[in-house]
Write a protein that binds this ligand. Structure first.
Ligand SMILES: NC(=O)c1ccc[n+]([C@@H]2O[C@H](COP(=O)([O-])OP(=O)(O)OC[C@H]3O[C@@H](n4cnc5c(N)ncnc54)[C@H](O)[C@@H]3O)[C@@H](O)[C@H]2O)c1
Ligand SMILES: O=P(O)(O)OC[C@H](O)CO
Length: 322
């Protein structure tokens, strides 16, 4: 298996580091030729400034070098994946394409593997997702993720090839469930950040995580996910991590919303676009997802955190299981 990674941001680089440390040769592609020159000369990347790039990583800006690989990990922001795979559909034909982004595409309202399947029908789509901060993976801290693929033979081969002494992969055939867990938890993490930033407290955050998880399960079931997948690393596991750590960009963005502070617009915050996508998906299916809905409105600037709290807490009383 010849492994290439598209995107030398925090996550793509972290995966390249752990794979190279485990003895794999990895082609790490970035679109910015000047940044690649720096990576080659200094063996560092901007997004993980404290990490040395092992020799096994070959940073490239030529797409031909990336497309020489048979297995390509797509570590671009979720909203960039569709254009990338569509623009390069010919070169990607027949390859194993592992989506690493956590988000629902706003254009198609589908997950990352459906985008790949539509743009490159001859490719084998797979997904790598679950609770992990790039810096933890790159530093060699123990991490467990989900590798999802409907082609079970390919899933098993990927699980073996992409596991390292510090990165343990669990296999799943439920790609839809795994990708929805990773995408939807980002929306709830923004809500939790806003809750803490606005000073509503840890009890309110626990309520948001729990009721937010119920929303994730409701939407995932409506879209064909297996319920148990949401209980695993890609759902519950990633929800816990992202809603409780200031290392999460989604959570920090929520904190800024809650405090009424500005947030760096160049930071990747996947939950912002996915909150809009969730609102559209829920409306089309008649689903009630109140936390996701108020989060989308906070992100759009239509609600303050106090107004969002008011809208949630004054809803008609109901049974917990509903
Ligand atoms: N950082 C983490 O801890 C982490 C962990 C797990 C999953 N992820 C997921 O990985 C995905 C990428 O996140 P990240 O942390 O690497 O983000 P990042 O912002 O650090 O890096 C994104 C990279 O993609 C490049 N890029 C953006 N648009 C592009 C385009 N149109 N074409 C080519 N390159 C483009 C950027 O230049 C940047 O190098 C996200 O969906 C995120 O949820 C991140
Ligand atoms: O920094 P975030 O919020 O994108 O979270 C990173 C990972 O998704 C956590 O698993």
């Amino acid at each position: 298996m010849r492994i290439g990674i598209a995107g030398s941001g925090a996550f793509g680089t972290a995966l390249a580091v752990t794979l190279a440390q485990a003895g794999q040769q990895v082609t790490l592609w970035a679109r910015d030729a000047a940044a690649v020159e720096t990576m080659r000369s200094e063996r560092r990347v901007a997004r993980l400034p404290d990490i040395d790039l092992p020799e096994g990583i070959d940073p490239v800006s030529e797409l031909s070098a990336l497309f020489a690989c048979d297995t390509i990990l797509l570590a671009l922001p979720a909203q960039a994946t569709r254009v990338f795979v569509t623009d390069h559909a010919g070169a990607l034909a027949g390859k194993v394409l592992v989506a690493c982004a956590k988000g629902i595409d706003l254009h198609s309202l589908t997950g990352q593997t459906a985008i790949i399947a539509e743009a490159v029908p001859s490719a084998t789509p797979a997904l790598l997702t679950g609770p992990s901060f790039a810096a933890d993976i790159a530093r060699g801290l123990p991490t467990a993720l989900t590798l999802a693929c409907t082609d079970t033979g390919c899933g098993a081969a990927l699980q073996k090839a992409l596991s390292t002494p510090t990165l343990r992969l669990y296999r799943s055939a439920d790609v839809i469930g795994a990708e929805l867990g990773g995408a939807l938890k980002n929306v709830i993490a923004i809500a939790c950040g806003a809750c803490i930033g606005a000073g509503f407290g840890d009890s309110a955050r626990a309520a948001l995580m729990t009721r937010g998880f119920a929303e994730m399960q409701r939407l995932a079931a409506a879209l064909g996910a297996a319920p148990e997948t949401l209980m695993g690393l890609s759902g519950f596991g990633d929800l816990v991590l992202t809603c409780s750590s200031e290392l999460s960009r989604n959570y920090r963005y929520g904190l800024a919303l809650g405090r009424g502070e500005a947030f760096d617009s160049h930071t990747t915050v996947e939950g912002a676009a996915t909150a809009r996508a969730v609102t559209d998906l829920a409306a089309a299916r008649g689903l009630d997802l109140p936390i996701s809905a108020v989060t989308a409105r906070m992100v759009a600037g239509d609600l303050t955190p106090l107004q969002a709290l008011d809208a949630l807490i004054n809803r008609p009383l109901k049974e917990e299981r509903e």
